[in-house]
Ligand binder design. Sequence first.
Ligand code: SAH
Length: 555
Amino acid sequence: MATTPFFTPEHPLPIAVLVGAGPGDIGLFTLAGARALALAAVVIYDALANPDLLAFCSPEAELIYVGKRDRRHTLTQTEINALLVEKCREFMARPDCPSRCVVRLKGGDPFVFGRGGEEAQALTQAQIPFAVIPGITAGIAGPAYAGIPVTHRDFTSTVTFITGHQQEDSSDKPSSGESGDEISNVDYPALAKLGGTLVFYMGVKNLPHITQRLMDCGLPADTPAAVVRMATHPEQQTVVGTVKTIAQLAQKAEIKAPAITIIGKVVSVREQMNWFESRPLFGQTMLVTRTRQQASKLGDQLLELGARVIEAPTIEIAKPTDRQAALTAIEDMGEYDCVVFTSANGVHSAHQAMIALELDARDFAAVVAAIGPATADALNSIGIIPDIVSPDAVSEELAVELISYFGRADPTKEPDSATLDLSGNRFLLLRAEIARPSLVEMLRNAGAAVDDVPIYQTRIPESLPEDAIEALQNGTVKWITFTSASTAKNLFTMLPENLRSTVGKCKRLSIGPTTSRALAELGWPATLEARHHDIPGMVAALVEEILRSTTAHAS
Ligand code: SAH
């Protein structure tokens, strides 16, 4: 009989790590889990584990999906155990073995109804050392996100986790999802007698049976009950009733797996505590049209406010037409008096080119200038604090700053920015392929030598992501955000005719007048325009509008 967890001098570290993925919201994933994913050479994951977590993996990690995609391709638990052992054995023979691991990523907590116990046993039998990283289980997170405390001194001091699935212990059916079969193994008389808080996993299909058995065994029919579907996701849905009514109410609301059922007096507290579903943008699906890099900033804020966010990149950053000229300019940066960046994209493109050329911060020019705070932030993120930053992202403002920084006054005249002389100063502008000429003109007029070098270009992506098309097609998108005239024009170009009219039916949030004008020209007038023409301004306008309309409805 093998002993666990089977560490040896040869393998003093775990080979396999069973990692709890948490209930869905990636913010509920543990730091230890993120670290294990970053180290993983192989990741075997389920349907319930949020696929966004895979972003923590290194690019060369082997990712193996073993969840339910369609019936034919579902692995049985025995096959999953075998695959896990096989992958660990393969990995143990690899040269990177001691420093990395094989991660088995499972929804919620690996040892709560996830059959992680069986997987750990298979590892023990195969003499493979392992570790377990717990996750937040759906039976804790679901009630919390529905505003239901699982224990409360006024109501109960016990909470019981129960499977609503039949033969959980012995079946070799696929490991995730629900079963509609009869339930066995659960001591209903004991549960009804204990009462307290009862939390059922995998019980949606069996709900009529579960609730009937509890009442037959003496649980009062008016005991409060709730079902929470897709807990912690922006799509979370909760139905509340009593043990007598909940099965029918859930059926009427078409609740499907994954869902958690909570039965007990604590459910009554939800009325005062339903925080997650009360967030300002909860229930609103938003399409965010920006570049990939920029989208997440707005998307993250909307998500935080409760929205379901779908990103629809309408602008793509690509290498410049003359790549060689860009690389040469970057290689020669140190020879200029000043390098000027006029966008965060320019900073990121330059940084990538520097990495390719094996250059670092020491190869920058003596003086670095940035247009506005966003470009300065991008420079900070690569370890450069710009010497000159214009207050706003306006070329003319930056030109004035540069001229007064470098300008030498004509000694025969009074100092005045119009007479400052930049002759002898060499500037390198690293910019987009199409950029306004005013900055170059103002610097040259002041006598400077200016090399204006495109280091990236913007393009229209070939197509929208599938989830964006699908959400537009099925009419779930409520709002579309537009952060520039080009996001509007590009979206129009990218959409097929029938979906253009769908955009007309959604609400459209514009960052400011220029974008609103472009929208109006496309036949999509803005529903709402931000008063402050930036991302916080857009978010503020949206929250104000939605909260105003919900209070208007409520009163
Ligand atoms: N190990 C998991 C449970 C796996 S069993 C955990 O600890 O959470 C699968 C069941 O978990 C589902 O049928 C459902 O009852 C529940 N579940 C998992 N994620 C859920 C979610 N986001 N919302 C509601 N229920 C969830």
